[in-house]
Design a protein around this ligand. Structure first.
Ligand code: G16
Length: 550
């Protein structure tokens, strides 16, 4: 075994997006592509202190969602870690760790940070996507300053430091050595399960299953399966088969592991009809997203956050109340109404879980959520799919009410925020950029403009000043806000790997209980017309409608 210095050349485009660097597998598997990014990361981390040796003697957590290239990527990163000063790597068995589990392990074991190998909800397999993301010592995604520094480093990188040691055994729970680096293969579930035990009343949940409560969790052939099986079927006594698609597959069995009604259509089908289970849920590729479904009833992520906030005191981990709540800007304002009623601070951040980190670390918020099927809390620094499922399970156990009843009661008390997201995928990048530029240019003239019975009161490009460190993030989405509380928002996704994806978010508030049962797309049809009038999406893209509406 020896540490080698290998010349390399920069690759263009290694700038992390909303959540790490995501590219096609065919891009990641080019010689030295992953190596370059990991070396740039280690260089930036090392430069961060201790005379350029900040990583020396430190522990790193490593794991991924098991998608194609996961196992090879683990071996590559270990060889670089061994040559860049790290003392120890805690590696999930088989190279597997869900995103929330990485966060839990970093925090519980006081690691320096962690690397998550995942492209999250993006499809996998040789033709699919791969990704890499760095999480800091708080367990949360690296902030923009760090990811920008890594990007800058990738653009000037000229050499790699790498061990030529043979591959290690990823599957045995043993301690191994790569140069001076100790690699401890750990049980991917244990730390995470311990965190869950500390938050929820497992005896209550065991009682529910003992009395015949029926549940279906679709792990979408992704990394959430082993966690859901161990906790729900193993510890809580849910019948075998409660978790379906529970074995992580390298191509997710061809599924698109994005838990929304379109991609998790099999779950939606199972939740219809008289013999449907009481409760359904799905998770995404790296198990940080969740979808909550009742019998014949799908809960929107924005409503989910609002209900969790309203009922948090029923859950042991939150029984003393919340410090505050946060949502991403495009997420509906349903939670704002609850926060107001409970007199809780409520923050609006840009899209990207990384923006919640400072608020959580500073003790300003306890719960966070996003429209993109993400909810989480201060227990880790990532959104957490199984945590959300256990939260909703606990709400049903504590109240004796079904998912649908809980949501309808909520609407009666707080009103309903009708909400939808329309995605226009695979647009040519220049067309998408021109559309956004034209919208930006039109903003001043939109303020005060009347659209049928609504008037625009705010038309801007969302800019966020972090209340903890004062950093400013601009151009985070174009907002039209109306005098009746309705909103139309346009932004470009930062997680796609092919062309550009335009996201259009539509929301309006309905206080009248008699009007709370309309089909969502119908309830928001007028706003969709306004969006088209203002942005000319169909004219500019030539698309007849959104690729996906959720
Ligand atoms: C990531 C981020 C989320 C974000 C989502 C969608 O989730 O962590 O904060 O809401 O992408 O981002 P965009 O609208 O830019 O595509 P995940 O589950 O993909 O890691």
């Amino acid at each position: 075994m020896a540490i080698q210095t290998i010349p390399t050349q920069p690759f263009a485009g290694q700038r992390p997006g909303t959540s790490g660097l995501r590219k096609k597998v065919t891009v990641f598997t080019q010689p030295r592509y992953l190596e370059n990014f990991a070396q740039a990361l280690f260089d930036v981390l090392n430069a961060g202190g201790a005379g350029g040796r900040a990583l020396h003697g430190q522990t790193l957590v490593l794991g991924g969602d098991g998608r194609f290239f996961n196992r090879s990527a683990v071996q590559i990163i270990l060889k670089l870690a061994a040559a860049n000063g790290l003392a120890r790597v805690l590696l999930g068995q088989g190279g597997i760790l869900s995103t929330p589990a990485v966060s839990a392990v970093i925090r519980r074991r006081h690691a320096f940070g962690g690397i998550v190998l995942s492209a999250s909800h993006n499809p996998g397999g040789p033709e699919g996507d791969f990704g890499i993301k760095y999480n800091a010592g708080n367990g949360g995604p690296a902030n923009e300053a760090l990811t920008e520094a890594v990007y800058a480093r990738t653009q000037v990188l000229s050499e790699l430091r790498q061990s030529d040691a043979p591959d290690i055994d990823l599957d045995r729970l043993v301690l191994q050595q790569v140069e001076q680096l100790q690699v401890e293969v750990i049980d991917p579930v244990a730390d995470y399960a311990a965190v869950m035990r500390g938050l929820f009343d497992f005896a209550l949940l065991r009682g529910m299953f003992a009395r015949g409560f029926a549940m279906r969790v679709d792990a979408m052939n992704a990394v959430g399966g082993p966690y859901a099986r161990a906790i729900l079927e193993g510890e809580l006594g849910a019948p075998a088969g409660t978790v379906v698609n529970a074995v992580p597959l390298e191509d997710f069995g061809g599924l698109h592991p994005d838990p929304n009604p379109v991609n998790a259509e099999d779950l939606i089908a199972h939740m219809q009809g008289a013999d449907a289970p009481d409760f359904g849920a799905a998770m995404d590729g790296d198990a940080d997203r969740n979808m909550v479904v009742g019998r014949n009833f799908v809960v929107t992520p924005s409503d989910s956050l609002a209900l969790m906030t309203a009922h948090a005191k029923l859950i042991p981990g939150y029984k003393d109340g919340l410090l505050g709540v946060a949502r991403s800007m495009p997420t509906s304002a349903a939670v704002d109404r609850v926060a107001k009623a409970l007199d809780l601070p409520c923050f609006e951040t840009p899209t990207g879980w990384k923006f919640f980190g400072n608020l959580l670390d500073a003790g300003r918020v306890s719960l966070c959520g996003e429209e993109s099927y993400g909810t989480g809390s201060s227990h880790v620094r990532e959104k957490d799919g199984l945590w959300a499922i256990l939260f909703w399970l606990s709400l049903q156990g504590a109240t004796g009410r079904s998912v649908e009843t809980l949501v309808r009661e909520h609407w009666r008390v707080y009103g309903r925020n009708y909400y939808t997201r329309h995605d226009y995928e695979g647009i040519a990048v220049d067309v998408a950029n021109t559309l956004m530029e034209a919208l930006r240019a039109a903003l001043p003239a939109l303020v005060g403009r009347q659209f049928a019975q609504r008037r625009v009161v705010v038309a801007d490009d969302f800019s966020y000043t972090d209340p903890v460190d004062g950093s400013v993030s601009g151009q985070q989405g174009i907002r039209l806000m109306f005098d009746d509380g309705a909103r139309v928002i346009f932004r470009l996704s930062g997680t796609g790997t092919e062309g550009a994806t335009l996201r259009l978010y539509l929301e309006r508030y309905e206080a009248d209980v008699a009007q709370q049962d309309q089909p969502v797309q119908q309830a928001l049809a007028e706003l969709a017309v306004v969006a088209e009038q203002v942005a000319g999406i169909r004219v500019r893209t030539g698309m007849a409608g959104p690729t996906v509406a959720t």
